[in-house]
Every structure is written in structure tokens, then in C-alpha cells.
Design a binder for this molecule. Structure first.
Ligand code: COI
Length: 360
């Protein structure tokens, strides 16, 4: 295994976390970083104090968006272990995004080792309240200093950590979302299923408009016809119909969410009818009118399980389940957070233990 150089700066003060953490506002003391060049491959493996980056103004990622990331979480279990939820799956998805954006592959085994080392060093930052965790953000970007459009030759890879609570300002309360067809997030055969910075930039304007109208997020429709539900941008979407739970199938323009996959598995374990399929706007509205739409919730690493209380389309407000979280959404939230915190059995091997002794 490649050797990591450790530049650890011991803290001189106690870690004090605010009672309301919010999301991504606080950062731990250290990051992992490595560099890529065609002649050396990945090299310069370093865990070091967080510091500002120094990049040339022509750096490729700033101009042409060759930038990808992941989001995963670490927890303290009720038994006092430090664990990470499905890190192998997240690193596999990072390599999928890298391939789509013409970026080099990472060695998933080594990066998992580096990730565990960093989390072990920073484990005192892991919050312990329900719904809180240490959010892990791996990112990779091209740093070639040239204005021509081509894949960068050199890259930086970083893992940073942030103690987080609820993603949305509502906390874990139901959110209101705006279904709209004025803008699209992604199209099939594009980069919608890669976790790349540009997808999030593409979502900002419509989200700003939704926020101004009092909605937390946008429910994106397919990029070609604006006929089918896709995703929310910060989470995948599930619809509880009368006799079935459905989630939009992965057509290539939807992020293949890891919480989405976990929820599908949990629903199968409970013998629910869960289908990955096309869900049209018309079907959604029809089911609502006929009282056959029982619940809507989103799934995501940051959002966990987020019940939806209202969906509005073209001025027509649909209040879901009387504005309350559905029983199923609450059950899934509890189940997933309990698996993550070791409160219930991890039947599917989703939890990876972090060694508490760092190999410095
Ligand atoms: C996540 O759920 O980890 C995400 O990446 C969504 C958002 C914070 C960008």
C-alpha cells in the first residue's frame, strides 16, 4: 500500500460544536490530498492541516468544470465504534463520475484506507445526536494551466470533513417542493448521472426561484419532454401510491443515489412492492386527485429521508398526506439512522469500521 505522509497539528483547544449544526458550515482540522500527473500517476499522499488552495487562474476546472465529488457519512455507533456508511459504493460511484468526465481513476482500496485514516484522526469531531454525523466530501478536479478545451493532464484529489446536522433549514420536518418545467437539470446521455459540479450549478437558478416562492427545492422533470419525474437535485424521490411505492428509474440523467439503493433494499426486505419505473407528471396528479397518492419522500446522503409535505405544479398546490410525514418515511428514517448508528443489525454489510488506532 502507498505510504501517506502525516502532518498532524494537535489541537490546543477543545472541539465545541453548536447545538444546531446545519450543513457544511464547520470543517475539521485536517484534509487528505493527493496529486495526479501522467508520468507519476497518483502521488504526494498527505494528511495535513486544512489550508487554502493555490491554483493558477487558468486551472482547467475553473473554466471548463472538470470537477467531481462524493458525499458520505461517518458515525459513532451506540457501542462506541467509528463507522462509515457504504464507503466502497461511494468510491465506485466517484470512479464512474471520473470516467464520464475524462478524469483518472482512483485506487478505491487505497482511497478507502486514506479516508479511514483521516476519519480516525478526526473522530472527536463526529457529533453524536440523532440525525447528526461527520460528512465526508471527497473531490477531484483538473488543474492543467491552459485555456484550450481538453481533458486536464494533472489533477488534485482531496477529502475534507464537516460535522453536520439536517441539510434543510426545516430540520427533519417535511419540505415543500416545486415541480416545474421552465428549466431542466440534465438530459439522457449527458452528465446527469455523474456527481459533477456543473449539475449543481445548472440547478441554482430554478432553485432560487423556487426558494423565493417559498419552496425548499425543485422537483426536476426529464430533460426531453418534461413529462416524467426525475429527482430533486439534492435527493432522489419516492412516491407512495395506493398499492405500490415507485421511484424514477435510472435513465442516465438521474444520480444513482446510494441512499436510494439502500431504501429500495429496505423496502424489498419489508416485502413492499417497490418499482423503479417512469412516473409521469400526469400519473402523479391523477393519483393525487383520486386520493391514491399516500406519501412522497426524498432520499440522499445529506438529506437522509426527507418527507415532502407539498408539491406544486403550474400553480396547483398538492398537499401530501395532510402536510404530515408518512408513516413509511418516518420508519425508513429511523431504520437507516439506526443501522448507521449500530442500533439495529447491518444485514447488508453497509457499515465499514474505522480502526481507532491511526497508523502514523
Ligand atoms: C449528498 O447528499 O451528499 C449530496 O451530495 C447532495 C448535496 C449536499 C450536494
Amino acid at each position: 500500500m502507498e505510504k501517506i505522509t502525516y502532518q498532524i497539528k494537535p489541537r490546543t483547544s477543545k472541539i465545541e460544536l453548536p447545538s444546531k449544526l446545519g450543513f457544511g458550515k464547520i470543517f475539521t482540522d485536517h484534509i487528505f490530498e493527493m496529486d495526479y500527473s501522467p508520468d507519476k500517476g497518483w502521488h504526494n499522499y498527505l494528511i495535513k492541516p486544512v489550508e487554502n488552495l493555490s491554483v493558477h487562474p487558468a486551472a482547467m476546472f475553473i473554466h471548463y468544470g472538470q470537477s467531481i465529488f462524493e458525499g458520505l457519512k461517518a458515525f459513532h455507533t451506540v457501542k462506541g465504534d467509528t463507522v462509515i456508511f457504504r464507503p466502497e459504493t461511494h468510491l465506485k460511484r466517484l470512479n464512474h463520475s471520473a470516467k464520464r468526465l475524462c478524469m483518472p481513476q482512483i485506487d478505491e482500496t487505497f482511497v478507502l484506507h486514506a479516508l479511514k485514516e483521516l476519519v480516525a484522526i478526526e473522530k472527536d469531531w463526529i457529533p453524536t445526536n440523532s440525525g447528526e454525523s461527520l460528512y465526508i466530501r471527497p473531490l477531484m478536479f483538473g488543474t492543467d494551466e491552459i485555456l484550450g478545451v481538453h481533458p486536464s493532464k494533472v489533477y488534485k484529489f482531496i477529502i475534507m470533513l464537516s460535522p453536520v446536522g439536517a441539510y434543510y433549514p426545516e430540520g427533519f420536518k417535511p419540505v415543500k417542493i416545486l415541480m416545474q418545467d421552465d428549466y431542466v437539470r440534465a438530459v439522457r446521455k449527458g452528465v446527469g448521472d455523474a456527481k459533477t459540479a456543473g449539475n449543481y450549478a445548472a440547478s441554482l437558478l430554478a432553485t432560487e426561484i423556487a426558494n423565493q416562492l417559498g419552496y425548499t427545492q425543485v422537483l426536476w422533470l426529464d430533460g426531453v419532454e418534461q413529462k416524467y419525474l426525475e429527482e430533486v437535485g439534492t435527493m432522489n424521490i419516492f412516491v407512495e401510491f395506493e398499492n405500490e411505492i415507485a421511484t424514477p428509474k435510472l435513465t442516465g440523467s438521474i444520480l444513482p443515489g446510494i441512499t436510494r439503493a439502500s431504501v429500495i433494499q429496505l423496502l424489498k426486505d419489508k416485502n413492499y412492492t417497490i418499482n423503479e419505473r417512469l412516473i409521469s407528471v400526469d400519473e402523479f396528479i391523477e393519483a393525487y386527485k383520486n386520493g391514491k397518492l399516500k406519501g412522497v419522500f426524498g432520499t440522499g446522503t445529506a438529506a437522509i429521508i426527507s418527507p415532502v409535505s407539498e408539491v406544486t405544479f403550474k400553480g396547483n398546490k398538492m398537499v401530501i398526506n395532510n402536510g404530515e410525514e408518512s408513516k413509511l418515511a418516518v420508519e425508513l428514517f429511523n431504520e437507516i439512522t439506526e443501522i448507521q448508528r449500530g442500533g439495529i443489525a447491518d444485514k447488508h454489510d453497509w457499515i465499514t469500521n474505522v480502526a481507532t488506532e491511526v497508523t502514523v
